[in-house]
Design a protein around this ligand. Structure first.
Ligand code: ADP
Ligand code: MG
Length: 293
């Protein structure tokens, strides 16, 4: 992140949904720059507008007000340069695992010969440990397996901007850890830009250069940014003894705890309770988690 070139930018972006006579106000005047080459994480509460934020970057959703730019141009619609892994990614049900990944690979690498594309597909299916399920259809897979196919599919296409909306939430700790490392490897090796939405602060700190909380909605705004000045490659087992890690973790957790406290006190505005949770075993839970749930 030497040069500060924003690859993507939100300028005064608000989003609301009109439903009959009522209006659901989701995001309010969001200003955000995502810099080329960085790994940015956004953490936030359920229902605060994280998926809405990602949908804006994909172009699947237009802002009600303001602009979302990618490389200086207003985002008009989905494009392969902005690859996305959604929380509940829908695979094509009539295609097997291989074919679901192939579909994306064939579109992104039309010039490659069959053998090279085949190798690419198999490499990424293997990376998510689904080689034994290569010929299975989505309805024969568990939720976690389907999520892994979605991860493989996007990583195999190596997008410039990798958008991840709670991509690892449904997975067991081991798979999750492995995929975190694979994502970091691809991001680092290919000098890509990544945006990770997560409800797991520790996952955010482990992976990102910068973490920004999304304050609870309605009319959610971005909180302060926290820089993660922990060197790479990061080793999970030794993070707890890294003073930078501990400091940034404490700062983010107390910010979120204050938000949780404030949310609890405003009873009438329909705020949902936080679903944030720590990943690293042995460290204390969020203070608000005990009270709120
Ligand atoms: N298409 C839509 N129509 C109406 N309300 C929506 C729509 N999409 C999202 N919302 C509302 O916007 C808020 C934020 O949703 P979302 O971005 O999915 O939050 P998060 O991903 O942080 O859990 C929620 O209250 C949700 O109900
Ligand atoms: Mg969401």
């Amino acid at each position: 992140m030497q040069e500060k070139i924003p690859i993507a930018e939100f300028r005064n972006v608000s989003v609301w949904f009109d439903q009959g006579n009522s209006r659901i106000e989701v995001l309010k005047e969001i200003n955000l720059k995502i810099y080329e080459g960085e790994f940015l994480a956004i953490v936030g509460f359920t229902g605060s507008g994280k998926t809405t934020l990602v949908s804006l970057l994909t172009g699947l959703l237009k802002p009600s007000k303001g602009e979302v730019l990618y490389r200086g141009k207003i985002v008009e619609g989905p494009d392969l340069e902005r690859g996305v892994i959604f929380q509940n990614y829908s695979l094509l049900p009539w295609l097997n695992v291989y074919e679901n990944v192939a579909l994306a690979v064939n579109v992104v690498y039309p010039d490659w010969d069959r053998k090279r594309r085949d190798a690419q597909i198999r490499k990424f299916v293997d990376m998510v440990n689904l080689t034994p399920a290569l010929l299975k259809k989505p309805n024969e897979l568990s939720g976690g397996m389907r999520q892994r196919v979605a991860v493989a599919r996007v990583l195999a296409t190596d997008p410039e901007l990798l958008l991840m909306d709670e991509p690892l939430g449904a997975l067991d700790a081991l798979t999750r850890g492995n995929l975190q490392n694979e994502i970091l490897k691809i991001w680092g090796a290919n000098k890509r830009t990544a945006l990770l939405i997560t409800n797991d602060v520790d996952e955010g700190i482990f992976m990102a250069d910068r973490i920004i909380p999304l304050n609870p909605g309605p009319n959610a705004t971005l909180g302060p940014e926290y820089k993660v000045s922990v060197g790479r490659p990061r080793i999970k087992a030794s993070l707890n003894s890294d003073p930078n890690f501990r400091a940034v973790r404490n700062n983010i957790l107390s910010y979120l705890a204050d938000l949780g406290e404030a949310a609890k006190q405003s009873k009438s505005n329909g705020l949902k309770l936080p679903d944030l949770k720590p990943l690293t075993p042995g460290l204390r839970s969020f203070p608000f988690r005990r009270k709120a749930i």
